[in-house]
Design a protein around this ligand. Structure first.
Ligand SMILES: [Zn+2]
Length: 127
């Protein structure tokens, strides 16, 4: 019998760095999240029935790229805000069902799609 599971990993301190308008904090937390995604990708490479979806529920800080150099591998940024913003966030997905997780959606979209994908029917829908 194959058992399905759902694992959510949140890089929550990326948000904290955005609130603090601290780019070093944001970048180091992004690197930690990237490492976690790497662990998940390694798992998925040996478990072909694994779907990985990476997204965010919002952007924080209104980070704007204001300059930098491709040859020096440096970017300059400024924060335009200290709170959550309305900037659209990307969705990256890999594995079976990944085609459903792309494009532009309200963040409540994921709830229904994950239930459908895992063939879960709730007797009382969660509102
Ligand atoms: Zn926040």
């Amino acid at each position: 019998m194959t058992r399905a599971f759902f694992l959510m990993v949140e890089g929550s301190q990326i948000d904290w760095g955005g609130h603090a308008q601290n780019i070093e904090y944001v970048v180091t937390e992004m690197m930690d999240l990237d490492n976690a995604i790497g662990v998940a990708a390694n798992f998925a490479s040996g478990n072909k029935n694994t779907l990985i979806v990476v997204t965010a529920d919002h952007e924080t800080g209104g980070i704007a790229l204001t300059g930098g150099s491709m040859t020096d591998h440096k970017v300059e940024v400024k924060f335009t805000d200290g709170d959550h913003t309305a900037v659209m966030v990307p969705i990256f997905s890999f594995g079976p069902g990944a085609e459903k997780f792309s494009g532009i959606h309200d963040n409540t979209f994921f709830y229904e799609e994950f239930l459908n994908l895992m063939k879960i029917q709730l007797s009382q829908p969660v509102k």
